[in-house]
Design a protein around this ligand. Structure first.
Ligand code: URA
Length: 336
């Protein structure tokens, strides 16, 4: 058996698993063997070269339409007849972002997403260095997203890559909120309260974030809240670059699953994780950047705001900028 075929099969199995298919025998030699034989046959029947086959297994429908992914949790299907050049009916169209965030859909235990449809007023977008302006994968329906999150959260809980952190963490803090949120709050890492409760942003910084959300006309349970790290670094120290990279597969899969329209990066660690830049928050705030299909706004971390209350004014400006783009009017200021 050829090497490429083995690697391609493993990637295919991994893709299925990430799409929420839980019953592929990932470690079963017999299953892998059978899938390898199947792929080899696809290659022989279709005449597609090994490199092309690798491409269609590892990338999304954009790469050449050889992989058809259902918008539900079904696994990607390699179309043999398409590979063999037999004309196909047109592929199912991928719903636009608005319909992938239906206002009526909700998640178990979560409230429906109430953020209204996008403002017609287009704001200037400065494309960042990070990505190409669209999501890599087709969007999943709510059930598919929840299935995928269950598996990802289990994988995160089983992760032992960051040896120092693993010894001190009480539990992993995966993320919370509707899986179809339009807006993601992206923070740094859990602190002591989050480590104890298993939820992001529930300590002092989280309470300030809640206040900022409320003042902006949003509520905590209509946004998805997550961190770059799923575990608390000892003594709340800043996560190392290696730790952020160890967690990258988790947070990138989370973002790819939610496919939010907007991400707020709270603080420099979040910025480094999402936009892959060490540029300061001060230089990056005040405009949109791009992470795949999402517009990214950068602002100060709530912990920084607690230590530097003067900077709250700047974060408030950032929120007003975002709310205008979202088309959500700010609540009237409370009378004294
Ligand atoms: N700070 C963060 O960045 N994330 C949390 O979850 C809590 C505090």
């Amino acid at each position: 058996m050829r090497d490429w075929s083995h690697i391609a099969t493993l990637q295919l199995l991994e893709n299925w698993r990430r799409c929420g298919v839980g019953k592929i025998p990932r470690s079963s030699a017999e299953g892998v063997e059978r899938a390898c034989r199947w792929l080899e046959q696809v290659r022989l029947e279709s005449g597609v070269e090994s490199a092309d086959l690798m491409g269609l297994v590892s990338s999304g429908p954009q790469s050449g339409m050889s992989v058809e992914r259902s918008v539900t949790a079904a696994p990607p299907v390699v179309s043999l007849s398409k590979l063999a050049g037999i004309p196909q009916p047109s592929s199912p169209s991928i719903p636009p972002p608005a319909s992938s965030h239906p206002e009526t859909s909700s998640t178990a235990g979560n409230v429906p997403v109430a953020i209204p449809a996008k403002s017609p007023v287009a704001m200037p977008i400065i494309v960042g260095s990070s990505d190409e302006g669209r999501w890599t994968e087709s969007s999943l329906d709510v059930g598919g997203r929840e299935n995928r999150f269950k598996i990802l959260a289990q994988d995160a809980a089983a992760c032992r890559k960051c040896t120092e952190i693993v010894c001190s963490r009480k539990q992993t803090v995966f993320g919370v909120g509707p899986v179809n949120a339009r807006l993601v709050m992206f923070g740094e890492a859990p602190g002591a309260d989050e480590d104890r409760m298993g939820q992001p942003f529930v300590g002092a910084a989280g309470q300030l974030m809640d206040k900022i959300l409320t003042a902006s006309g949003l509520s905590r349970n209509e946004v998805y809240i997550m961190n770059s790290l799923k575990c608390r670094p000892p003594n709340n120290r800043t996560p190392t670059e290696i730790e952020v990279e160890n967690c990258r597969p988790f947070f990138e899969a989370q973002l790819e699953t939610i496919q939010p329209e907007y991400i707020i990066c709270w603080g420099a660690v979040a910025v480094r994780a999402v936009l892959k830049t060490t540029e300061s928050v001060g230089r990056l705030r005040g405009r949109f950047h791009q992470y795949k299909g999402a517009k990214v706004l950068v602002t100060y971390h709530p912990s920084y705001l607690l230590r530097n209350p003067d900077a709250k004014r700047l974060t408030w400006e950032d929120m007003k900028f975002l709310m205008k783009e979202l088309g959500i009017p700010l609540p009237a200021p409370k009378k004294a």
